[in-house]
Design a protein around this ligand. Structure first.
Ligand code: AMP
Ligand code: MN
Ligand code: MN
Length: 332
C-alpha cells in the first residue's frame, strides 16, 4: 500500500471516529496479544473521547489465554447489543471476514471501519485503513490516538505495549522498525512497566504447556534438505498434557530456529465440538525467499509474508505434499 493511500485512509478513520457516537469493536478469532491489546486500547481511546463503546468477544473465546488474563476487559460484551445496526463496527487486526466473530452481522449495510496491518487484508470495510508497514495493529491505534491528541496511559498504554511486544516477537521480527521502538519509548515514558508485562506474557507458563512443547519438539521432522521444518500436535497431545489450544502458541518459533529452515510449519488439531476434523496450520518464513501468506491463501487462509496460517481438513500426507510443493515452487 502506498503511503498516500494510508494517509488518506487515516484521515477518513479520524473523521469516522470524531463523527460517530456509538461503536462496537471486534477482532479475529483466537485473539492474540495484538488483537486483545488493540481492542482494549481502542476502547479506552474512544471512551476518553466520550463515545459509547463496547468490545465484543464471543463467550467461546473466554477466558482469554493466561498470558493476557492480567489485562482488564472492562466494557466487554459477549452478546451482540440490540442497537448493533446503529453502531459503527470497528474490525481490529482482522485480515478477512472469514476470521470474523460476528459472521453475517457485518453485512446488510453495516458501517465498518477496518483497521489492520495484514498486507493481504481483503478490504472488506466501508473504510479500510490497512497499513502493512505497521508492526502491529496496536501501532496504528497509537498513531490514530496521537492524531486525535490522546496520550496513552494506564491500561491503554499497557494494552498497546502488549500488542507491540507480541506481534514483533519481542522486537526481533523484521516488522520491527524504528517506529516500533519510538512507540515503546513513548509507552515506557507513559509508565508502562515492561518487566511486569514481560513476566505476565512469557513467564507464567503452565507446566502443561511445557509438556505440549516437548511433544511437538519430539515429533519435529525436516524435509527437503531442511528447508521445511515441521511438527504436529494431535488432539491426544492436548488432552494428555492437559493443554488448551492457545498453549501451542510459540512452538513454531523453535521450529523456525533450526539451521537451514526456510519455512517452519506446525499442524495442530482443532479442539472443541464440531471441529474434530479441522486442523490449524501455522507457517513462518525465515527470510524473503518464501512468502508464506501466499501458501496460506491457497488454502483459504492468509497472514503476513513471514507469518501466516490456514484451517484445513486435509490429511497429514496431503498436507505435507502440498507444503513441500508450494515451498519448492517459490524457491525455484
Ligand atoms: P498464527 O500462526 O495463528 O499465529 O497466525 C500467524 C498469522 O497468520 C497471523 O497474522 C494471522 O492473522 C494469520 N492467520 C492465521 N490463520 C489465518 C486464517 N485462517 N486466515 C487468515 N489469516 C490467518
Ligand atoms: Mn493478530
Ligand atoms: Mn497483528
Amino acid at each position: 500500500m502506498s503511503v498516500s493511500t494510508t494517509t488518506a485512509s487515516r484521515e477518513q478513520v479520524l473523521e469516522e471516529i470524531v463523527g460517530a457516537e456509538r461503536f462496537l469493536l471486534v477482532t479475529h478469532e483466537g485473539p492474540d496479544g495484538d488483537a486483545v491489546g488493540s481492542l482494549i486500547a481502542m476502547r479506552g481511546a474512544l471512551a476518553e473521547l466520550g463515545k459509547d463503546v463496547v468490545m465484543f468477544l464471543p463467550a467461546s473465546e473466554l477466558p482469554l489465554p493466561y498470558e493476557y488474563a492480567f489485562l482488564s476487559l472492562d466494557g466487554l460484551v459477549t452478546e451482540l447489543p440490540g442497537d448493533l445496526d446503529e453502531r459503527t463496527l470497528v474490525f481490529l487486526d482482522c485480515g478477512n471476514l472469514e476470521r470474523n466473530p460476528i459472521a453475517g452481522a457485518e453485512s446488510d449495510g453495516a458501517h465498518v471501519l477496518n483497521i489492520d496491518h495484514h498486507h493481504d487484508n481483503t478490504r472488506f470495510g466501508t473504510v479500510n485503513h490497512v497499513d502493512d508497514a505497521a508492526s502491529c495493529t496496536a501501532e496504528i491505534i497509537w498513531d490514530i490516538m496521537g492524531a486525535l491528541g490522546l496520550r496513552a496511559q494506564g491500561d491503554v498504554a499497557d494494552a498497546l505495549y502488549v500488542g507491540l511486544v507480541t506481534d514483533t516477537g519481542r522486537f526481533m521480527y523484521d516488522n520491527t522498525g524504528s517506529r516500533a521502538h519510538v512507540m515503546a519509548a513513548e509507552l515506557i515514558q507513559a509508565g508502562v512497566d515492561t518487566h511486569d508485562i514481560y513476566r505476565h506474557l512469557y513467564e507464567g507458563m503452565p507446566f502443561a504447556k511445557l509438556q505440549l512443547l516437548a511433544r511437538a519438539l519430539d515429533k519435529a521432522q525436516c524435509f527437503d534438505d531442511g528447508h521445511l521444518t515441521l511438527s504436529w500436535l494431535s488432539g491426544a497431545d492436548f488432552a494428555e498434557t492437559g493443554s488448551v489450544e492457545s498453549y501451542s502458541e510459540g512452538v513454531i518459533d523453535h521450529l523456525r530456529a533450526v539451521e537451514g529452515t526456510k519455512v517452519a510449519a506446525l499442524i495442530r488439531d482443532r479442539l472443541g465440538p464440531g471441529r474434530g476434523d479441522e486442523r490449524k496450520v501455522s507457517l513462518r518464513a525465515t527470510d524473503d525467499d518464501v512468502d508464506v501468506s501466499r501458501i496460506a491463501r491457497a488454502q483459504g487462509g492468509g497472514g503476513h509474508r513471514r507469518a501466516a496460517g490456514f484451517t484445513t481438513r486435509l490429511g497429514d500426507a496431503e498436507l505435507v505434499t502440498f507444503l513441500r510443493a508450494a515451498i519448492a515452487r517459490q524457491l525455484a
